[in-house]
Design a protein around this ligand. Structure first.
Ligand code: ASP
Length: 297
């Protein structure tokens, strides 16, 4: 990163997973499109919360990602989604879990931000979405033939810093293929799948949700950022706890931005599609695999 840190920045990811051969371009295009949309919000003077919501709505619309359209099917063949949004300005949280029949779970989470409740589940979350006149959708429309048959970890996420110095982080997921009905992973839980605090920065995760929650991984990363570790180092160190607790298959990835505009990511999954853009970049940079991460700024 150059001498002066950027005034605004945005990073998005398309999930810690193994990308099927042939799906690489769709993953690249998807995260780029989401970063472009979020960038427009920030350059137009929008807030970090606006940018995160906007970027995640793009990812939820694309069947290549396991969020919104293209969500994974659970053990009963149904779609239950989770999303979370956190505003670093006042540390408010809006999250929904085991929600069905909405097109954009992240927007339901967004509407919950000003409310007292931080997390609504199942029918309650759906009723809230309907009250808010958000877009409802038949479950059939959320299924996608274009979605990879065996979705692995594939939560989407975004973190933004706006010109006013506010940070926001968001997640959205269809969960894990074949999981028990009613299962909830890390994604809607603050301190686990996401966190944002203007005094420190923000982080969003993907990966083995049960293990991430058991080690409160977002919180661990925030603690490291707070003492001045760079985002990539903080994430890499924190991720190393996953196999200790969840075994060798417990993988994950995270993106982060600090309050002073430093951006980073790390993953121990095979792939982790990331796009990132800040004030001084003409267009988003896109990375897909570990082998490409060394070219990251
Ligand atoms: N973390 C998500 C969950 O456990 C899964 C994922 O990242 O794909 O629901």
């Amino acid at each position: 990163m150059a001498d002066k840190e950027p005034k605004w920045a945005l990073i998005v990811h398309g999930g810690a997973k193994e990308i099927e051969r042939g799906d690489e371009q769709a993953n690249r295009d998807g995260v780029r499109q989401a970063a472009e949309a979020g960038r427009r919000v920030l350059t137009d003077g929008g807030s970090a919360v606006d940018a995160v919501e906007c970027a995640i709505r793009v990812l939820e619309s694309l069947p290549v990602f396991n969020a919104g359209i293209g969500s994974a099917l659970n053990a009963a063949g149904g779609i239950e989604m989770c999303a979370g949004l956190m505003d670093g300005r006042d540390r408010s949280v809006g999250a929904v879990t085991v929600i069905r029949g909405v097109r954009h779970p992240i927007s339901v989470a967004r509407r919950l931000l000003p409310e007292k409740e931080i997390l609504l589940a199942g029918e309650g979350a759906f009723i809230f979405a309907r009250e808010q006149q958000l877009e409802l959708i038949d479950e059939g429309e959320l299924r996608s033939d274009a979605a990879p048959a065996q979705q692995e970890h594939d939560t989407v996420g975004a973190v933004a810093l706006d010109r006013a110095g506010h940070v926001a982080a968001g997640t959205s997921t269809g969960g894990l293929t074949g999981s028990r009905v009613g299962r909830i992973g890390d994604s809607p839980q603050p301190g686990c799948g996401l966190y944002a605090d203007d005094r420190i920065g923000g982080v969003a995760l993907s990966g083995d949700g049960e293990t991430i929650a058991r080690v409160v991984l977002a919180s661990k990363i925030m603690n490291r950022l707070e003492v001045g570790e760079k985002p990539q180092e903080a994430i890499t160190s924190a991720l190393s706890e996953l196999p200790e607790v969840g075994g060798d298959d417990a993988d994950g990835g995270a993106i982060a931005i600090t309050r002073d505009g430093r951006v980073g990511w790390s993953h121990n999954s095979q792939h982790f599609a990331v796009a990132y853009v800040h004030e001084r970049m003409n267009e988003p940079g896109v990375w897909l695999a570990k082998s490409e991460d060394s070219t990251a700024p």
